[in-house]
Design a protein around this ligand. Structure first.
Ligand SMILES: *Cc1c(COP(=O)(O)O)cnc(C)c1O
Length: 397
């Protein structure tokens, strides 16, 4: 059997070094726990970056995947198939949406949304192509979604960016008013900025964006790739705020780790994507969609989402206590449900490393924010363990 060290060495010798990896090779997962190649167990409080929302190898998802793997894997979108319909019907029944476009990742879901909003405007004879985005946003790594991610470190060297991106300040409606115009196709926003530091949008800000979009005649797109599928205690984060987008994108938790993305919208907007305008070979892949069906069923009728609302209150209390105990070492604790950020004085990466040594996996969200995005099945005792370990890790900063 390979060890952590030998797998890490082989990684460096064979895989493009575009990730900063932890010095662990993970080989097995079950529920809230992961095991490395040296046999050590970890409590997983990062959930594959907000992805494994039901925990690792959830029996219902494994069963759905196995069943589909024996029936049919892939035929392309030249034919009708069952699993994408099953998933689309469920997503539409649980949201404002009437139509779903499936793809394989978050970036592709946003790419589809950005292309759609331009095409929709052109179909109506309007020359709208500009996209309003926000500081510290993260929308993906394809060139269009990277262009919509105003982070110089990510964009550097890949210029020129796609034209027509206008940046406004997250939380500042006046800054949005200044960039809106007759050429605006859409406002693109995360209800909680995930990568940007777990920064929840003010409800009034989201409602204000809705009003501004309506007054301008442009579309409102919510990137719920990280916040969707129950992460904040509701199936979609915008449900907390009584505001509905025109387009919503999903990915991360949608397949509990099976690669899948989705772009959801109303029929009147979706109709701009007529045959030949957009597509994806693997989009709506049967294996991934079968997993997605199991995920949404387990979250809703399986009661996982409802239960997580109660356990997340335990996290509210625990985080408040942690903040009180650590006083000045903590700048702020943010987020809700099972997506939380702890902004520290110092390097979040050091906290991640210290927690890992103590057997708990967490991740960063920017240089000074420790992010928790565990599976919704976490037990109160596991949350306590995590907070205890974090207290030690942050104290030693
Ligand atoms: C992760 C993420 C993306 C990109 O998703 P990929 O699957 O990595 O392409 C886009 N938007 C948000 C909000 C994300 O969290």
């Amino acid at each position: 059997m390979d060890s952590n060290e030998s797998i890490a060495r082989r990684t460096d010798a064979s895989i493009v070094a575009n990730y900063g990896r932890q010095p662990l090779a993970l080989v097995r997962g079950e529920g809230m726990y992961l095991w490395d190649a040296d046999g050590r167990r970890y409590l997983d409080m990062m959930g594959g970056i907000a992805t494994t929302v039901l925990g690792h190898c959830h029996p219902r998802v494994v069963e759905a995947l196995e069943r589909q793997a024996r029936a049919l894997w892939h035929v392309s979108n030249l034919y009708h198939t069952g699993p994408p319909v099953e998933l689309a019907e469920r997503l539409c029944a649980s949201s404002f949406a009437e139509r779903v476009f499936f793809c394989n990742s978050g970036a592709e879901a946003n790419e589809a949304a950005l292309k759609l909003v331009r095409r929709y405007a052109r179909d109506r004879g309007e020359d709208r192509f500009e996209i309003v985005v926000f500081d510290q946003a993260f929308h993906g790594r394809t060139l269009f979604t990277l262009s919509a991610t105003p982070n110089p470190a990510y964009q550097k060297g890949f210029e020129p960016m796609v034209p027509g991106i206008r940046e406004a300040r997250f939380g500042d409606l006046d800054s949005v008013r200044r960039v809106l115009g007759p050429q605006t196709a859409a406002i693109l926003v995360e209800p909680v900025q995930g990568e940007g530091g777990v920064r929840p949008a003010d409800p009034a800000f989201l409602r204000g964006l809705r009003e501004l979009a309506d007054a301008n005649g442009c579309l409102l797109v919510f990137d719920e790739i990280q916040t969707g599928m129950g992460r904040t205690g509701r199936l979609f984060a915008h449900e907390h705020h009584d505001v509905t987008p025109d387009v919503m994108t999903l990915a991360k938790a949608l397949g509990n780790g099976a690669p899948i993305g989705a772009m959801l919208t109303r029929e009147s907007i979706a109709s701009s994507l007529v045959p030949g305008t957009h597509g994806s070979t693997f989009g709506g892949n049967l294996l991934a969609c079968a997993c997605g069906v199991a995920v949404i069923d387990e979250l809703l009728e399986g009661g996982v989402l409802e239960r997580s609302r109660r356990t997340s209150q335990h996290l509210d209390t625990g985080l408040a206590r942690l903040a009180a105990r650590l006083g000045e070492r903590i700048v702020e604790v943010r987020g809700s449900g099972f997506l939380r950020g702890i902004q520290v004085h110092g390097e979040a990466g050091k906290v991640v490393a210290a927690a890992r040594e103590r057997g708990v996996l967490v991740i960063v969200a920017g240089p000074d924010v420790v992010r928790l995005a565990p599976a919704l099945i976490a037990e109160p005792g596991e949350l306590d363990t995590c907070l205890e370990v974090l207290e030690g890790a942050i104290s030693s900063l």
